[in-house]
Design a protein around this ligand. Sequence first.
Ligand code: SAH
Ligand code: SF4
Ligand code: F3S
Length: 441
Amino acid sequence: MAGAKKLFIKTYGCQMNVYDSERMAEAMGASGYVEASSPDDADMILLNTCHIREKAAEKVYSELGRFKPLKAAKPDLKIGVAGCVAQAEGEEIMRRQPMVDLVVGPQSYHRLPAMEARVRSGAKALDTDFPAEDKFDVLNTRPKARRGPTAFLTVQEGCDKFCAFCVVPYTRGAEVSRPATKVLAEARDLVERGVREITLLGQNVNAYHGDGPDGVWSLARLIRALAEIDGLDRIRFTTSHPNDMSDDLIAAHGDCEKLMPYLHLPVQSGSDRILKLMNRKHTAEAYLRLIERIRAARPDILISGDFIVGFPGETEADFNDTMALVESVRYGQCYSFKYSPRPGTPAAERDLVDPEQASDRLARLQALLTQQQREIQDAMVGRTVKVLFERAGRLPGQMAGKSDHLHAVHVAAPEVSAGDLCTVRITESAPNSLAGQLVAA
Ligand code: SAH
Ligand code: SF4
Ligand code: F3S
């Protein structure tokens, strides 16, 4: 497009931010923006930010600092902050960094084009409302471009759980589910554009309860309807809360072929005392029983999780309970974090665990998780798996993709294209990926 303005978006945080960045780019397309490949040739830079831990939030300010020379050289350049830091800090961002022109929260991005017009006229624009209109209905004037083989699709947003450490209920607001018909229409559109695997997103995705044509649909009902779309081969969902893992969803893992054998089910701690202080509303035992039921439905399912160590009040005995829980679950993939106090959350008022002790526990936990992850990955060697290829690998002639269990797999197969779903025999296991050979279909 000749003379089109260029937008550069940098995305931090979770998959939902990746999805939101795509929607923001579409909304700005309606104002004549195309995407810039680097901040250097952009007319507008948007940082889509994350507030989950202090480090993530502080990154925004150092990144903004780096744009100073760009803005000095190009006074027309507009700089915006979107996402969860925008929601949590609002106007404070413009006070700390006056070169920011625009601050937009995660629930207001459909208003971006109007905000852009305001900042073009030299004003500042701030919107951190939780408006009633549907932000997912952004005006998309971009041509229906081909897409890569995998896509995210937000079906549920927000959280009513209020874990004592977490900012999400404040930055994303109350739990809301999108109507099933809109989700299905968006999924069909994605498939028409080349998508073969969809990951349904929500902060508590398994609490999904969207309006369907015949009453309220659960996530399992939605997955079964999506599974009927021709051309859609794989369905995943993330992130789930143990208390919302319903029987029909467990059953779907057993009998819905397109639902992949991978479940991200964070538990955060293995100590009942800490779980209570975290306001998680489940015990370690209840989580272990749940994992047993899920594995009874789908024995080869790969379980992934999240852990927080050094939560206020955590003793060595509590931490040992976490290690014991990890030993009995055997995780195929895991994320673990040192507790970070977040302003406005209940736990931020409490006394911190000694930081060195917390770091030491994190190192011990991560060593165990890495070992489990590696063992489960190594056990794939010799097996035959399906791989959806996504892109060229690092070496010439190599293609890379993901297995059903979400392992990264690369294969020397120049004849394969992105979007091909192939059978592969796994021959090798490296620290973070598998290698294999194409099996003739
Ligand atoms: N909705 C998801 C995940 C939310 S945030 C869930 O309920 O599990 C992703 C992960 O970040 C959390 O699972 C938790 O492990 C971690 N996290 C959240 N707040 C944190 C904090 N204050 N300090 C350290 N880790 C945190
Ligand atoms: Fe945060 Fe807890 Fe909600 Fe997950 S369930 S988003 S950790 S408050
Ligand atoms: Fe971060 Fe917001 Fe996602 S705080 S993890 S970007 S919901």
